[in-house]
Design a protein around this ligand. Structure first.
Ligand code: ACO
Length: 329
């Protein structure tokens, strides 16, 4: 069987109109702009309108990515939406996106790997393309966290934002392009580190659960911090070891944008400077499954990355999950 390469033909983003600066949060919970900025690197986030759902942001991102790729929606074979804040528990948000953008020939499914979702989806899409089964796939990460957060919990509500990112992945005859090595990981023993306790089949929603706000996000922030600081360098080293490349050969690491201090610790452990990591959490906060796509988007817009560059993407989050890949763009 011939192996094909894959390439990102176009990137897009979908953002709500409303921007919420840290200062606005001072009126909602006991916090300060300074605390948020200095402990996380976040300055502002986007917040969806009342009638705006994850599929709306995903469709917006998809339309831009298709335009940039010069690809018609009807050419798309598959849509994968990575999200942990879907429009509905079912049907899949990806099916709604398929309908909204008129991707009449596409299959569609959601993928839930929290903040690792974009890389999980990219690796999944890449494998369909590399083996020649599909030619064009839309990989989308999208979240409307503002509607699943407990706005009384200062430990979590200051960290997240809404947004979506999309990439059109296409088959190419050049098999050197695309994902060179990857690692998808999970440690389900940490399932309760970031969780909505109620709303699934384990604890269906009851009046009592609603009263206790158990349908909303709760997080053990420092445990996730420790997990991330450990897994980032470990996984990067393992994924590099599967190739002939060294860290020096990677132009830029595009990580999940949770907290600049997580990346600072990881950089120290890897023995590299912070300039090795692309960061834009100041603009969007943590957008979970959308964050790596939004970072890729900005890295291209700012000229920090261009076609042909070798980059490394790494996500980590609820599950606990992590996902790492080295990509020739
Ligand atoms: N404003 C002011 N003070 C606060 C706030 C806030 N918004 N939040 C917490 N504090 C307080 C705490 O109550 C604590 O006070 P105490 O010492 O009196 O108890 C103090 O600040 C320090 O708390 P720490 O938890 O030690 O703060 P830390 O420096 O570790 O930062 C943070 C907390 C930002 C949550 C950090 O642990 C973190 O970023 N963790 C990772 C979280 C994350 O990325 N989650 C998403 C994963 S991705 C996904 O799957 C969705």
């Amino acid at each position: 069987m011939q192996l094909f390469g894959s390439e990102i033909l176009g990137l897009g983003r979908g953002l709500p109109d409303r921007i919420m600066h840290n200062s606005e949060l001072e009126k909602i919970v006991e916090t300060s702009s300074e605390w948020i900025k200095s402990r996380t690197g976040i300055e502002k986030r986007y917040i969806a309108a009342e009638d705006e759902a994850t599929s709306d942001l995903c469709a917006k991102a998809a339309v831009e990515a298709l335009e940039k790729a010069n690809v018609d929606a009807s050419e798309i074979d598959l849509i994968i939406v990575a999200t942990m804040s879907p429009d509905y528990m079912y049907p899949a948000t990806a099916a709604l996106v398929q309908y909204k953008i008129g991707a009449v020939n596409a299959g569609a499914f959601d993928l839930m790997a929290a903040c690792s979702g974009f890389v999980y989806a990219l690796v999944t899409a890449e494998n369909f393309i590399r083996c020649g089964r599909y030619k064009k796939i839309l990989v989308i990460g999208g979240e409307v966290f503002s509607k699943i957060l407990n706005w009384k919990d200062r430990n979590s509500c200051v960290l997240f934002g809404d947004g979506a990112s999309a990439a059109v992945i296409s088959q190419t005859e050049d098999s050197s392009k695309g994902i060179i090595s990857f690692e998808l990981g999970a440690d389900g023993s940490g399932f309760d580190k970031l969780i909505a306790v109620a709303g699934g089949t384990k604890n269906p929603i009851t009046a009592e659960a609603l009263e206790k706000k158990e349908h909303l996000l709760t997080m053990k922030g420092s445990d996730i911090f420790k997990f991330a600081v450990r897994i980032i360098p470990e996984s990067i080293q393992r994924v590099l070891a599967k190739t002939d490349y060294k860290l020096d050969d990677i132009k830029l690491i595009v990580p999940h944008q949770a907290n600049y201090r997580i990346l600072e610790s990881a950089a120290k452990r890897l023995g590299v400077g912070m300039d090795k990591f692309f960061m834009n959490m100041d603009k969007y906060a943590n957008t979970s499954a959308a964050s790596i796509g939004l970072a890729l988007y900005d890295a291209f817009e700012e000229g920090a990355l261009k076609k042909g560059d070798l980059t490394l993407l790494i996500g980590f989050g609820a599950g606990l999950t992590h996902a790492t890949c080295i990509v020739r763009l």
